[in-house]
Design a protein around this ligand. Structure first.
Ligand code: DP6
Length: 382
């Protein structure tokens, strides 16, 4: 995957495991027993990052989102994780080694330890094994792109592979729903990185199968939105001053929280229709408004903070000017940082890429950017 300077971009009887048409409950993710044993082995999966169109910002206990969200799954920005497991003599404590790009990574221990605590009720075998978790990202970790979504999703699908080895009768549907459920307990947005090109997470009145507990693939999108492009302009690759976790917390007691949560429900209703109909103008309006609303929430919380940089605004203004002058359906979105995701349909990719190269790359730190597009979710590698 390419981050380049001025780069060229081309583009059992186990009724418990049966899927129901209604959303699953937490209890249904607790296995009653396993039919097989496994002493040692390994699995390997990749899982992509995702970019929200309607944003998740604010949460309740147990990683339950304050509002529903919808995202495009990315293709090339991903985490590749190998999970090796070996049965140990006792089941006293969690036991794992963490490697990041082949090197031991002690700093990941607390996060993974906490993740294991949160998911243990749903994967009761966790204390039975010693795990070696070997992980790498296809994007540089200094890029400012959060790897928690892809990382937690990749670990969750690996753990589900082990559960499937212990109970081969689980269905694919159950496998992916539970993987998304587990990933959410690691990092909320990670539940949208497991399966599907466009994923909805969070209970929503207009989406009968939607759940606060896991992401579900959105049905058919109009061909306009297939292979949609996302060029990520790396404006600031430094550490964020305020983490997403703290940002979510600041939505408690936020003066505009209730209006914002209601707006997200409305925007999700609208964007579902827009994605199905191929309405580019409608798409641009909602996606850009969502990005700016996310950052408005940050600017109006207590304490307030700003994650955008001057070059973020320069890029936004250039995009608006280019769109007004050429009528090209290009728009931007932001995550919780200064980087800009430039979104556009594949059929204008050549023209937009020229524009990005000529007018936007100069605003990127060290002229760096990443070319990506919509992908389909996690993939088993071995
Ligand atoms: C702005 O999923 O990173 O990217 O659940 O605390 O791990 P935690 O937060 P996280 O928040 C993502 C926030 C966002 C919007 C979005 O992806 O919907």
């Amino acid at each position: 995957m390419a981050v380049k300077q001025m780069l060229i971009c081309h583009k059992r009887k186990t009724p418990i495991f049966a899927i129901k048409s209604n959303p699953m409950t937490e209890k249904e993710f607790i296995p009653s027993h396993y039919t097989q044993t496994a002493d040692n082995g390994s699995f390997e999966w990749s899982a992509p990052s995702n970019i929200a169109l309607v944003k998740y910002w604010g949460k309740k206990e147990n990683q339950v989102p304050a509002n529903p969200s919808i995202s495009f799954t990315l293709k090339d920005c991903k985490t590749i994780t190998k999970l090796a497991f070996e049965r140990k003599a006792n089941n006293d404590a969690f036991s794992f080694d963490l490697l990041f790009e082949g090197q031991p990574k002690e700093s990941f221990h607390p996060k993974i330890g906490k993740f294991f605590e949160r998911i243990e009720a749903y994967l009761p075998f966790l204390r039975d094994y010693h795990f070696t978790i070997d992980t790498q990202n296809t994007f540089p970790h200094s890029s400012g792109i959060a790897s928690s979504a892809s990382g937690m999703a990749a670990l969750a699908v690996n753990l589900m592979s082990l559960e499937k080895a212990l109970n081969p009768s689980i269905t694919d549907e159950y496998f992916y729903q539970k993987a998304s459920f587990l990933a959410r307990l690691g990092s909320g947005s990670a539940c949208r990185s497991v399966k599907g090109s466009v994923v909805i997470w969070g209970g929503h009145a207009g989406t009968p199968d939607s759940s606060d507990l896991y992401g579900i693939p959105f049905g058919e999108v109009h061909e306009t939105f297939r292979n949609y492009q996302d060029t990520i302009l790396l404006v600031d690759r430094g550490e964020k001053q305020v983490s997403s976790t703290i940002g979510h917390e600041l939505m408690h007691g936020h003066p505009f929280a209730q209006q914002r949560f209601a707006q997200a429900h409305e925007n999700l209703t609208a964007i579902k229709n827009i994605l199905a109909m191929g309405d580019l103008d409608g798409f641009i309006k909602i996606v850009e408004s969502e990005a700016l609303t996310l950052h408005s929430m940050m600017m109006t919380s207590q304490p307030y903070f700003i994650l955008m940089k001057p070059n973020t605004l320069e890029i936004i203004n250039r995009i608006w000017k280019f769109r007004a002058e050429t009528g090209t359906p290009i728009c931007f979105t932001l995550d919780a940082g200064a980087n800009v995701h430039v979104l556009y349909p594949e059929n204008v990719a050549v023209k937009v890429f020229e524009f990005i190269k000529n007018e936007l790359v100069g605003y990127c730190q060290n002229s760096q950017y990443i070319c990506d597009a919509i992908g389909a979710g996690a993939e088993s590698i071995g």
